[in-house]
Design a protein around this ligand. Structure first.
Ligand code: HMG
Length: 393
């Protein structure tokens, strides 16, 4: 049976910060972010959005082409969960109006969680070929203000439909998995921001990449791949990956396609579980060569890695819509970003400004420690947009 990704879409918040401004605020050379980290902008999460609303907004884009009654389970992958007990997948099910008999649960293993969700979804489809599984990866990368990791923040969600005979990508059951117990990146339950040993995280990421391709090459050939997709915590890490590939004489084979996969993450920043799949969308929207068999390197701190491959069935590009979404975002200055960063870092944040811009699904408020989600009507959306445009001048 052939299973894999039938359709895919991403969502990122409607606000961003230019990293030149972050550099200026800290007296850092802007070239460190633009050339060293290869990042230009980072997505900024307003108080009326979170991983749940991003997930629902990403999934909404898939429903024009699928039968909602067939969806079960929803598998939600994140490492920035907003609740320790209730699954985010239940909130998403309600926002999307999916059937009451739909199973819904969450998966966590740092940035690798999205790939574990994808592989679990494939197993579900093998057991129930009539079902379609909704996999959503959604994350808000939040680090302490003033830390070296701050410039690698970001936020985005990627939603995918996994089914039998998928239109987009057939995923091979033949994959490499690795586990190396490390404390390179973690977030204790009492912390809103991640703790990170930056140098160790890069070292482990690269070590597992090298081991992944070595193991993959024992029964497959890298020559058969038209591209390798990477987890992109920041785009500059791809230079180090190319150095590893150079040892096998393969760096030039993959450089151009890696560049095409980095276009959206340069504008968004790290989206943890969603990052690898955001890179896949970016590649499909910008590749200059025909895409056939693709390798995917999924890394999750802690640490685990999966290297899998898939074959493109029918390419799906949405470049115009995706670019319009990114270009339509509103820039925030350092002061506004700091206010919202503090809001997200607080365990008891204040009221939410009802005039903030968002996708269709948004967070209306938090009352008695319960998050209240809502759906925006067309009328309300237009009023908010004109307010925002007026405010942005
Ligand atoms: P840092 O230590 O401040 O940066 O933080 P640096 O001094 O290493 O500089 C970064 C690069 O900029 C270097 O390039 C510099 O040379 C260059 P490289 O040597 O690496 O090629 N540079 C400049 N270039 C041009 N002009 C200049 C200039 N100055 C410096 N003036 C670090 C960097 C990534 C460590 C930090 O941002 C961080 O800790 N980020 C978070 C952790 C992270 O992203 N780790 C990546 C691997 S782990 C991972 O992917 C998992 C993760 O997604 C989470 C999960 O799985 O759950 C994070």
């Amino acid at each position: 049976m052939k299973t894999g990704i039938d359709d895919i879409a991403f969502y990122t918040p409607r606000y961003y910060m230019d990293l030149k401004n972050l550099a200026q605020s800290y007296g850092v050379d802007p070239q460190k972010f633009a050339i060293g980290l290869e990042q230009e902008k980072m997505a900024v999460m307003p108080p009326n959005e979170d991983i749940i609303t991003m997930a629902a907004n990403a999934a909404e884009a898939l429903f024009k082409n699928c039968d909602k009654s067939k969806i079960s389970p929803i598998i939600f992958a994140s490492e920035s969960f907003v609740d320790q007990a209730k699954s985010g997948a239940i909130h998403i099910k309600t926002l999307l109006g999916l059937p009451e008999d739909c199973m819904a649960f969450d998966i966590k293993q740092a940035c690798c969680g999205g790939t574990y969700a994808l592989l679990t979804a494939q197993a579900f489809v093998h057991m129930n070929p009539e079902r379609e599984v909704l996999v959503i990866c959604s994350d808000h990368a939040l680090y302490p203000a003033g830390s070296p990791a701050e410039a690698t923040q970001g936020a985005a969600a990627v939603a995918m439909i996994i089914k039998e005979d998928p239109r987009l990508l057939h995923i091979s059951p033949d994959y490499v998995t690795l586990l190396d117990d490390q404390m390179d990146f973690w977030r204790p339950s009492y912390c809103k921001t991640a703790c990170v040993d930056g140098k160790l995280s890069i070292k482990t990421y690269l070590k597992l990449f090298e081991q992944s391709i070595e193991r993959y090459s024992q029964s497959n050939s890298l020559d058969d791949l038209s591209a390798i997709l990477l987890h992109l915590p920041y785009n500059g890490i791809s230079r180090k990956v190319l150095n590893v590939l150079r040892k096998n004489g393969k760096d030039l084979d993959f450089k151009d396609t890696i560049d095409s996969s980095k276009i959206y993450s340069r504008m968004i920043g790290n989206s943890y579980t969603a990052s690898l799949y955001l890179g896949f969308i970016s590649l499909m929207d910008h590749a200059e060569i025909p895409l056939e068999k693709l390798g995917f390197y999924s890394y999750g701190s802690g640490s685990t890695a999966v290297f899998f491959n898939g074959r493109i069935n029918q390419l799906r590009t949405n470049q115009e819509k995706n670019t319009a979404h990114l270009e339509g975002r509103i820039e925030v200055d350092h002061e506004q970003y700091t206010e919202w960063h503090e809001w997200h870092c607080s365990f008891f944040p204040g009221r939410i400004d009802s005039n903030l811009f968002s996708g269709k699904h948004f967070l209306e408020g938090i009352e008695n420690r319960k998050r209240i989600y809502s759906r925006r009507t067309q009328k309300c959306k237009e009023a908010t947009k004109s307010f925002q445009l007026h405010r942005a001048g």
